[in-house]
Write a protein that binds this ligand. Structure first.
Ligand code: SF4
Length: 373
């Protein structure tokens, strides 16, 4: 047996408790691997070679040593939206789509939950740019305060459908080093089918226009592109490979730096309860629906790498990198782990993409038991 990922453990903020290896056999196309789920050590195994556990990594089980701390605040700037995407969780799960977060509510939340030092601040929705005036005012104030007090500038992020991005907004955000997730579901026909305006017209052209303004603004300032293109697919004729290829082509052209293609109906609460096609199915059964397409996409990804390109699909890169670096994470998301979302009416949730994770309110603070769950 030969260990592939030898790099030493990087994350020092954890406690290790030695435990026996939990070896799993993994077949990737024609080759056998052994993977210790405890220590994240990955081994090749020659044909007919017996599995011997001597010599495998003895550092296995781990625990986070500190309490969760609020590090990343996401404001649900508004539940309102100019689109009507068919898998929209806001549309499906929040009854009042017009609620909007005020400027003052931002400051109250920041005062209560803003951690010291390095923190990240995000805006989500609905479509957050419908509340751009407030985002602008909050950013101006926070940057001024940070500069006046010699503090580190906040790192800001917006997740947007892109259609309201103007040159002015793009230039301002590039100047203030915002990062972005722009929702784009693939080529025009796929995108427009998934993400129409309220009158049924497709939004592809305007999303692309906004994306171009953004990419141009960072380029003009000689800043690296901080845009992730995020596609969502559901059970209605998903084409994961075509979508991934399309978004990667845009990335190769300099319009983005990262690509993510994600289902609306697995981990998030988006389509669950609203998509009749998956009603009654278990997660494993829903996953099986997409498995052949993921395999095709993985083959394409590998071919791109072999041909010297640097493709991107977040949910391939992230676990591969994690295994390669043996970089532990108790969870792949930040819910309950330093991430809070503040919505209109002061509702605090563990995640901005899920409607069932309420864990407190600005009035009463965070319920630590709910947060721990
Ligand atoms: S852009 Fe986002 S909030 Fe708006 S309808 Fe689509 S999924 Fe919902």
């Amino acid at each position: 047996m030969k260990q592939i990922n030898k790099q030493s453990l990087k994350n020092l903020n954890i406690q290790f408790i030695p435990a026996k290896p939990q070896m799993k056999k993994v077949k990737v196309w024609d080759q056998d691997f052994l993977y210790d789920t405890n220590s994240m050590a990955l081994y090749t195994q020659a044909e007919n070679e017996e599995t011997k556990l001597e010599g495998v990594d003895e550092v296995s089980f781990f625990e986070k040593s500190n309490e969760p701390q609020e590090k990343h605040i996401v404001f649900q700037a508004t539940y309102a939206c100019n689109l009507k995407c068919r898998y929209c969780f806001v549309e499906n799960h929040y009854c009042n789509h017009t609620n909007t977060l005020t400027e003052d509510e931002h400051y109250v939340a920041l005062k209560k939950y803003q951690p010291s030092g390095n923190y990240r601040l995000g805006w989500f929705g609905g479509e957050p740019l419908l509340n751009w005036e407030v985002i602008f005012k909050v950013t101006e104030k926070l940057f001024k305060e940070a500069k006046d007090n010699g503090k580190q500038l906040p790192k800001c992020h917006i997740t947007s459908n892109g259609v309201l991005i103007t040159e002015e907004i793009a230039n301002y955000c590039a100047k203030h080093n915002f990062s972005w997730i722009i929702s784009l579901d693939g080529p025009e026909n796929i995108h427009d089918q998934n993400r129409p305006y309220r009158d049924g017209q497709g939004s592809f052209k305007e999303t692309m226009r906004g994306l171009k303004y953004l990419a141009e603004a960072y380029k003009n300032l000689n800043k690296s592109n901080p845009i992730t293109l995020r596609a969502t697919f559901d059970t209605v004729s998903p084409d994961i490979l075509e979508t991934t290829k399309f978004l990667n082509e845009l990335m190769y052209k300099g319009l983005a730096s990262h690509v993510s293609v994600e289902p609306s109906c697995l981990g998030e609460g988006c389509s669950v309860g609203t998509d009749k096609r998956i009603e009654g199915l278990k997660i494993a059964e829903i996953r099986a629906l997409f498995f052949p397409q993921y395999q095709e996409t993985a083959k394409w990804f590998l071919k791109e790498v072999q041909e010297g390109r640097k493709p991107s699909i977040h949910h391939f890169q992230m676990p591969l990198q994690r295994i390669y670096d043996r970089d532990y994470a108790i969870s792949e998301c930040g819910a309950g782990m330093g991430y809070i979302s503040v919505g209109p009416l002061g509702k605090i949730c563990a995640c901005h993409r899920e409607h069932k994770t309420e864990m407190g309110s600005m009035e009463n603070g965070i319920d630590k038991i709910k947060q721990a769950k």
